[in-house]
Design a protein around this ligand. Structure first.
Ligand code: SAH
Ligand code: SF4
Length: 383
């Protein structure tokens, strides 16, 4: 060996610490397998899953239903709970909260809590009787997004990485814990409409949805996933037994306009998207939602409303339209539609027999509204 060169380090000299293995995100069956490594019977998996998905325990040491020796052995074996942590909170004047939530590698994603307006805000104690709270949680499926819609701030990040099922379901658990939500009593809706395109992270997204239904206990009928129109994803979704409701980001009356604002249209056009949606077997009373972001002067004219109506009538599906007033963001070259224009667009759809609703913008002041999620930290977090 030449002088000055260090002796090669044997791996036995300094064993690399085993990468911590997160339990949060594992299915019951996977937990059974993990516990088998510790010669533990299957019923322990039920206790562990209760602690992870119902109690939202953050540390193995907290799980008192498991013997101390097992908790220590699991920790020694490199296991940890791995519940994602809220590292920053931004609070809006309208009660909406936007969180930065960190996974195990420290990268953050955005999640939004939107209390629905009737949870006792009257301040007269009238909610005490029913004691029911309602809220919607908006969940991210990727860090950034590859789809590159021209009106969306998340697109500016590009795609950083996919989230795991544990990181997707973990956002929900972290927020439920923060608000001490009572599963089975409080009315919680989930919308997979945060950062990212869920159908470009299909397996992890669906695994998270199943965990949220089966382990966390949120009914599938209270979950909606929104896609920009990834046809291969919609086709797979059509075959799922347990699945959220489906929303399609239509955003244009025809392919020409859609291509300008959603380049993904070149891969799958509107007709192909609708064809795929038609294959999804709907539950009784279920409707497909078509989202339509109104961009001033671009897709918000009365003629556009008529064209959307014709398109959707031809689709002949149980459906409704959610109109979203575009939320501005730095560097995005669009303008908001005038309120009269928005009202007229809705009216026109309704006259044409298409149920249409205007989505109330939430948390705009903290960049929590649709399409504004971009890990914006330049505004001051709430304490
Ligand atoms: N990637 C999925 C889900 C996340 S986006 C999708 O595109 O469907 C959720 C919704 O926000 C979509 O309907 C999208 O069209 C809309 N959106 C994106 N940017 C927006 C903005 N700046 N203002 C209003 N809505 C926006
Ligand atoms: Fe991605 Fe949806 Fe934004 Fe399009 S609108 S860039 S698909 S997050």
């Amino acid at each position: 060996m030449s002088p000055g060169r260090k002796k090669p380090i044997s791996i036995l000299d300094s064993p690399a610490p085993a990468a911590a293995q997160s339990l949060f995100g594992l299915t019951n069956q996977q937990l059974v397998g993990t516990l088998r490594e510790f010669s533990e019977p299957a019923y322990r998996a039920k206790q562990l899953s209760e602690a992870l998905y119902r109690q939202w325990d953050e540390d193995l040491a907290e799980i008192s239903t498991l013997p101390k020796s097992l908790r220590e052995a699991m920790t020694g074996g490199g296991y940890q709970v791995g519940l994602p942590k809220i590292v920053e909170t931004f609070r809006s004047v309208d009660g909406t909260e936007r969180y930065l939530i960190a996974g195990n590698d420290g990268q953050t994603v955005e999640t939004v809590w939107m209390p629905d307006g009737d949870g006792g805000e009257a301040g007269d104690g009238s909610d005490a009787e029913t004691d029911l709270r309602r809220a919607t949680i908006c969940v991210s499926s990727q860090i950034g997004c590859a789809v590159n819609c021209q009106f969306c701030l998340t697109a500016k990040l590009g795609i950083q990485r996919n989230l795991t099922a544990g990181e997707i379901a973990g956002q929900v658990a972290a927020v439920l814990k923060r608000h001490s939500v009572r599963i089975g009593q409080d009315r919680i809706n989930l919308v997979f409409m945060g950062m990212g395109e869920p159908f470009l992270n299909y397996d992890e997204f669906m695994a998270a949805a199943r965990l949220l239904v089966e382990e966390v206990g949120i009914p599938e009928s209270r979950m909606t996933v929104s896609t920009s129109g990834i046809v291969t994803g919609i086709q797979r979704f059509a075959g799922e037994k347990v699945r959220p409701k489906l929303a399609i980001s239509l955003n244009a009356p025809n392919d020409v306009i859609r291509e300008q604002i959603m380049p993904i249209t070149r891969k799958w056009d509107i007709a192909e998207i609708i064809q795929a949606v038609r294959q999804v077997p709907l539950r009784p009373k279920e409707k497909i939602t078509f989202e339509y972001v109104l961009l001033g002067g671009l897709n918000d004219r009365p003629g556009d409303a008529d064209e959307v109506s014709r398109l959707l009538r031809r689709a002949n599906l149980p459906l409704k339209v959610n109109l979203i007033v575009w939320n501005p963001g730095p560097g995005l070259p669009y303008r908001m539609s005038d309120p009269e224009q928005v009202a007229e667009f809705q009216e026109r759809l309704r006259e044409n027999g298409i149920p249409a609703f205007i989505r109330r913008p939430r948390g705009r002041d903290i960049y929590a509204a649709c399409g504004q999620l971009k890990r914006t930290t330049e505004i001051k977090p709430a304490s």
